[in-house]
Design a protein around this ligand. Structure first.
Ligand code: NAI
Ligand code: SF4
Length: 463
């Protein structure tokens, strides 16, 4: 199902919207005239008058970290290409596959503000000496692909793309490439294989990352939609000013997508570390639905480890003076940024916050996730292909009342045999939820495993 615009909570949310500035403005339309009326492509003009290396330096100074999930420093990634020695073409790929369950931020940008993405991509391509770029968009996002195609045609018609862009002597074209709806196409090397016309089997990395050997074995920069949009704003305000937004090492704003058992789900943009999870859930999203109590949160898309309400974490982090300190925090106290969420034992990933209330059966929730991973494993490596399916089969029979007493431990043993033994991070993605759900809600899994299915239910054929 292609999700159209999800309403963002209105009211005193205290958001700082840079990327989503116009996302909820009814009069703001995705066409180029609207974008130009709002100052669009001014930063491209500015960037084209700069030396590409100076733009890379600004992005490095900004501290921008990748918004696709891994949080890798964008300027560092760009810096891996040695343009003095490189004789091959450089490609820029925008990863718009956005397939992580719980994540729906990039599509909002594409639906409402596609030219913001294009401006960010043209500047980033120029900075990286790329003359050909692709937007790899998830197959199901048919409308998103159409909007982008139209935006690209508009940009070409105004010489913002093509030969000699705005008389600068710089040539670039961008094409939309639609995936076929497989989760693994969002893994950057799977994406590259798919773009080359092959099955999206991820490549082994390290030693070779796409920045060195990417598309057609040429240096390739792969960045997420939100990351590329930020580049436009870094050019506008300068890297140093951008770095003052948010906290050290968590600069700029981040878009958080909240789904699940809250009264007002939606997308929200805050400075790095500026809002706690509790404030976001209880004040901005209106609290837990039906007056229920919070049970658990997955803070960074379904691949992240689940956090249980009532837990406390000892978070070691730098204070405003830069010295390290250790603070005890509850789940609700956690400021939303890359480092604090990582210190809680999970990860902020792609910013998809999935909320579960006290009515949720954790075996069923995990079974739902495991069905996804069992279906989406590309099958290239045995631990992932066999393990993801095996874990799902165990969870499925537990959910059906056919559990065995040894199942919780078997799930833990299995998940421990997958993570770290596979070609790509899918191995971790499918095993971390299992490991954390079973460890944190062990009593529920044991109760379910001990549950006898009633005789008359056994006789009913499963549908
Ligand atoms: P990664 O940590 O392997 O790499 C992050 C980025 O840094 C990549 O572009 C990689 O090429 C680059 N990189 C890292 N070390 C490098 C080096 N030494 N030299 C050159 N480049 C280097 O993480 P990965 O596998 O790309 O992403 C995993 C994350 O993706 C997960 O944490 C998950 O949150 C997220 N994810 C997001 C999805 C979405 O829909 N947005 C879907 C699935 C996963
Ligand atoms: Fe494919 Fe899973 Fe191996 Fe990744 S870990 S390459 S998804 S089989």
């Amino acid at each position: 199902v292609e999700m159209a615009e999800i309403g963002s909570a209105k009211g005193p949310t205290g958001e700082h919207r840079i990327i989503l500035r116009y996302a909820d403005e009814p009069d703001y339309t995705p066409d180029i005239d609207c974008y130009l009326r709002h100052g669009g492509y001014e930063q491209l003009r500015k960037a084209l008058s700069m030396d590409p290396a100076a733009i890379v330096a600004e992005v490095k100074a900004s501290g921008l970290r990748g918004r696709g999930g891994a949080g890798f420093p964008t300027g560092t990634k760009w810096g891996f290409i040695d343009h003095a020695k490189n004789r091959k073409p450089v490609y820029l790929l925008c990863n718009a596959d956005e397939s992580e369950p719980g994540t729906f931020k990039d599509r909002q940008i594409i639906y409402k503000d596609p030219h913001q993405l294009l401006e960010g991509m043209i500047i980033s391509s120029y900075a990286n000496h790329a003359h050909l770029a692709y937007i790899y968009i998830r197959g199901e996002m048919v409308r998103g692909a159409q909007i982008l195609e139209r935006a690209l045609a508009e940009a070409r018609a105004k010489n913002l793309l093509g030969a000699n862009i705005l008389g600068s002597g710089y040539d670039l074209d961008i094409f939309v490439f639609r995936g076929a709806g497989a989760y693994i196409c969002g893994e950057e090397t799977g994406l590259i294989e798919s773009l080359e016309g092959k099955r999206a089997y991820p490549r082994i990395k390290p030693p070779y990352f796409p920045a060195v050997l990417g598309l057609y074995l040429c240096p390739t920069i792969v960045n997420n939609v939100e990351t590329l949009c930020n580049v436009k704003h870094i050019v506008e305000m300068g890297g140093e000013a951008y770095a003052k937004i948010g906290t050290r090492n968590n600069t700029g704003t981040r878009i958080w997508c909240v789904s699940g058992d809250v009264r007002r789900p939606g997308y929200f943009e805050y400075d790095g570390g500026a809002i706690t999870l509790g404030k976001l859930l209880y004040e901005v999203c209106g609290g837990i639905r039906d007056g229920n109590r919070l049970k658990a949160v997955i803070p960074g898309g379904s691949s992240a480890k689940v956090l249980r309400a009532g837990e406390t974490y000892r978070i070691r982090r730098a204070n405003s003076e830069g010295t390290m300190e250790e603070i005890e925090m509850t789940l609700e106290d956690l400021p939303l940024d890359f480092d604090t969420i990582a210190a809680s034992g999970s990860m902020s990933g792609s910013g998809g916050i999935i909320v579960m209330d006290e009515t949720r059966d954790m075996v069923e929730c995990l079974n739902n996730l495991s069905a996804f991973y069992a279906h989406e494993s590309c099958g290239q490596c045995t631990p992932c292909r066999e393990g993801a399916l095996w874990m799902h089969k165990i969870l499925d029979r537990m959910a059906e009342g056919e559990g065995r007493p040894e199942d919780p431990q078997l799930l833990l043993d299995l998940s421990g045999q997958i993570a770290g033994r596979t070609i790509c991070a899918f191995g971790e993605a499918c095993s971390w939820p299992v490991e954390s759900f079973v460890a944190k809600f062990r009593e529920e899994f044991e109760a379910k495993a001990a549950q006898e299915r009633k005789e008359h239910e056994r006789l009913q054929p499963a549908c």
